[in-house]
Write a protein that binds this ligand. Structure first.
Ligand SMILES: Cc1cc2nc3c(=O)[nH]c(=O)nc-3n(C[C@H](O)[C@H](O)[C@H](O)COP(=O)(O)OP(=O)(O)OC[C@H]3O[C@@H](n4cnc5c(N)ncnc54)[C@H](O)[C@@H]3O)c2cc1C
Length: 362
């Protein structure tokens, strides 16, 4: 049980690779992109996930990537300020908490750099899994003791082994695009949001104000091809065609953005995260949606527990992984729905749910 294949090199995949390598496993990661993918919104590392990072010895490095937000405001379609806060932000929550908010791609790169001896197969994907036998689109077929799907909301491993996505996904009726642009509003460690009836979003400065990340979202359930990025850009352009404020300039930058990312806000709920020697990690098995603010933390904690249990006893590892993680996952997924009902803002139980798992020692 020492030879593991992981599909997906974002957060869960590289974090699991790190912990498996530390426990003497041989690890291969297959990633559909040509390299580590850029982009994604500011994400948060909270509660037990912060402890996972500390146990990796990466706490100071994590904090050095902090977005260091000073606060946020909300404006109307003409740019008039409606609300301002220097204690909370919409993306990261309470600014005085120990949570660390950083860009998704910075965290992914940090995790990638942390592990030695991991074999990465970029620009490739799994085409079939039959017991230990795995075939790839490009690489030659190989055998692996364990196969992990850490390949996100639209997981390929889940589709191949567990069944079609439609059996497990719930669309929450919101959609979000995220991309990088020059800091065209001149924001200083600041985020500004504007919400219309159907479309809305925000802009936050990033990387010491050198650039910004733009969030553009709309309500409703829309069919879209999650591989067709140009069609997704067109969809956003159509939805925001008559929106006011800074959106016309944001749209111009959208067409040039190298890291445009669009998806529905959805959850994945499954009765079991494993089948045979295949197991799911992070968004692939239990996506909470951006409304939970906990997708990254769940992936980090999941990676730590899965690796710890595999090192302890492979015969019970998947069962123990679920026993330890499932209550925490369900609480976070349920919280996302409550946040949605609360207009997207965290409810009072947020801190308790975030900290509802005590990390095992391995
Ligand atoms: C580019 C990008 C931008 C994102 N932006 C946001 C955002 O703005 N807001 C938000 O809340 N969440 C966003 N996410 C999701 C967020 O990263 C996760 O919710 C969370 O961090 C858990 O990570 P994960 O590793 O489980 O899944 P993900 O971060 O989704 O990573 C999945 C990885 O699997 C890879 N992959 C997918 N299909 C295949 C395949 N067939 N074969 C091999 N590899 C495959 C993907 O390229 C990706 O690297 C984004 C993810 C990505 C990849």
């Amino acid at each position: 049980m020492k030879n593991v294949l992981i599909s997906g090199a974002s957060i869960g995949g590289p974090a699991l690779a790190y912990w498996l390598r530390r426990n003497g496993f041989s690890v291969t990661v297959v990633e559909r992109s040509r390299g580590m993918r850029p982009g994604g919104q500011a994400i948060d590392v909270r509660g037990p996930a912060l402890e996972v990072i500390e146990r990796m010895g990466l706490g100071d490095q994590l904090r050095s990537f902090s977005t260091n937000m000073r606060g946020m405001n909300v404006v109307d379609a003409d740019g008039n300020e409606l609300f301002r806060s220097t204690t909370h932000t919409l993306s990261g929550g309470d600014l005085s908490s120990p949570d660390v908010e950083l860009l998704r791609d910075d965290l992914a790169r940090m995790l990638f750099d942390a592990a030695d001896g991991v074999e990465y197969l970029f620009d490739d994907t799994i085409t079939s899994i039959d017991g230990t036998r795995v075939t790839f689109e490009k690489a030659a077929p190989r055998d692996f003791d364990v196969i992990v799907g850490a390949d996100g909301l639209h997981s390929n491993v889940r589709r191949l082994v567990f069944g079609p996505e439609s059996e497990f996904i719930t669309h929450l009726g919101m959609n979000l695009a995220v991309f990088t642009a020059p800091n065209f509003l001149g924001l200083d460690h600041w985020q500004t949001f504007q919400q219309g009836e159907v479309v809305g979003g925000g802009i936050m400065s990033a990387r010491s104000n050198a650039e910004c990340r733009v969030y553009m979202g709309f309500n409703g359930v829309t069919d879209f091809d999650h591989r067709d990025v140009d069609a997704q850009r067109t969809l956003i352009a159509e939805k925001f065609a008559d929106a006011g404020w800074a959106w016309p300039t944001a749209l111009k930058h959208m067409w040039e953005a190298p890291d445009f990312h669009f998806d529905s806000m959805s959850q994945i709920r499954m009765d079991s995260w494993s089948r045979g020697n295949v197991v799911l990690l992070g968004d692939a098995g239990y996506c909470g949606s951006p409304l939970s603010g906990q997708g990254t933390s769940m992936a980090l904690v999941g990676a730590y527990v899965l690796a710890g249990e595999l090192a302890k006893d492979p015969s019970t590892a998947f069962q123990r992984y679920e026993e330890i993680l499932r209550p925490y996952v369900i609480a976070n997924q349920d919280m996302a729905l409550k946040n949605q009902a609360n207009g997207g803002a965290p409810t009072e139980e947020f801190t308790d749910v975030v900290n509802s798992l005590t990390l095992p020692a391995y």
